[in-house]
Design a protein around this ligand. Structure first.
Ligand SMILES: Nc1ncnc2c1ncn2[C@@H]1O[C@H](COP(=O)(O)OP(=O)(O)O)[C@@H](O)[C@H]1O
Ligand SMILES: [Mg+2]
Length: 270
């Protein structure tokens, strides 16, 4: 087996949850509780679990968008939490995140072209090259070049997600954390975006952590699946094996929650 691109070792993140009313209290939420796993180059690892199980926190820690309570994450052998800020800035160009709704992350006063151009600028690309690269990245997400002159609010959720993906790709990352990237979209748009991600991942040999509470999407995209429950990793394995024979009751329950899309099959199952 190849060397992991990312190694997560005994990762812990506690949040202090203030118990509202009296404004005091101070319970600790163990959002990520001693989690270890590897991500190999070119693979899509699914991170699944019910809402609140610690998936987003794990994803953000791996990108060091959050500081850990304890534990270690290495990227290409380098420990990201020990890294000086300058090195981290360089490393950030190799790692990108795609959010559930990229709209919140877009500056509403920037055109699509400016949004993608900003990402290109990180790689020192300007002028005519910047314009042609903007068109190229829009083309990659199957958007026409002329959308560069328009603003994010003019687009549907699915189109905005395409723009968010184009911005992430413009940095030419090796690794992408996709945090529930299709959860806010209607079912047919979900399928389009999942197919786009799958196609891009294969064409560009991207390594991806794909976070989702929806296992039907994970089944299509992921080589391996890691299952979280209450901040702990309860099961990791090959996608096919986990879908065929989950070891944990919790995983089985998540799988049972998958709606059956084909009405004929649903009738037979009833
Ligand atoms: N900034 C924060 N402050 C306090 N608690 C948080 C914060 N972020 C997440 N949590 C808590 O940590 C737990 C895990 O959250 P999260 O990682 O967002 O789960 P998931 O993505 O699986 O839904 C939840 O109980 C959540 O309320
Ligand atoms: Mg989340």
């Amino acid at each position: 087996m190849s060397t992991p691109l990312i190694q997560v070792t005994n990762l812990v993140k506690h949040f202090s949850a203030k118990s509202g009313l009296a404004g005091g209290g101070g319970n600790v939420v163990k959002a990520v509780d001693d989690v270890s796993f590897d991500i190999f180059p070119g693979e899509v690892l699914g991170l699944v679990g019910e809402s609140g199980s610690g998936k987003s926190t794990t994803g953000r820690l791996i990108l060091r968008l959050l500081e850990p309570t304890s534990g270690r994450v290495t990227y290409g052998g380098q420990s990201i939490f020990d890294m000086p800020k300058n090195d981290l800035r360089e490393l950030r160009k190799q790692m990108q995140i795609v959010f559930q709704d990229p709209y919140g992350a877009f500056n509403p006063r920037m055109t699509v072209g400016a949004i993608i151009g900003e990402a290109l600028e990180l790689r020192g690309i300007s002028g005519a090259q910047r314009r042609s690269d903007t068109s190229r990245f829009l083309e990659m997400v199957q958007m026409p070049a002329n959308v560069a002159n328009r603003y994010p609010h003019e687009f549907s959720g699915g189109q905005r997600q395409r723009i968010g993906i184009a911005r992430a790709l413009a940095v030419e990352p090796q690794f992408i954390v996709a945090d529930e990237p299709v959860s806010a979209l209607d079912v047919s748009t979900q399928a389009e975006i999942v197919n786009l991600l799958l196609d891009l991942q294969q064409r560009l040999s991207l390594t991806m952590l794909f976070i989702s509470h929806d296992l039907s999407v994970v089944k299509v995209l992921c080589d391996r699946v890691a299952v979280m429950q209450h901040g702990k990793l309860v099961e990791v394995g090959d996608s096919q094996q986990i879908f065929a024979a989950p070891r944990m009751e919790y995983t089985r329950e998540l799988l049972d929650a998958i709606p059956i899309p084909d009405p004929a099959r649903a009738r037979r199952a009833a």
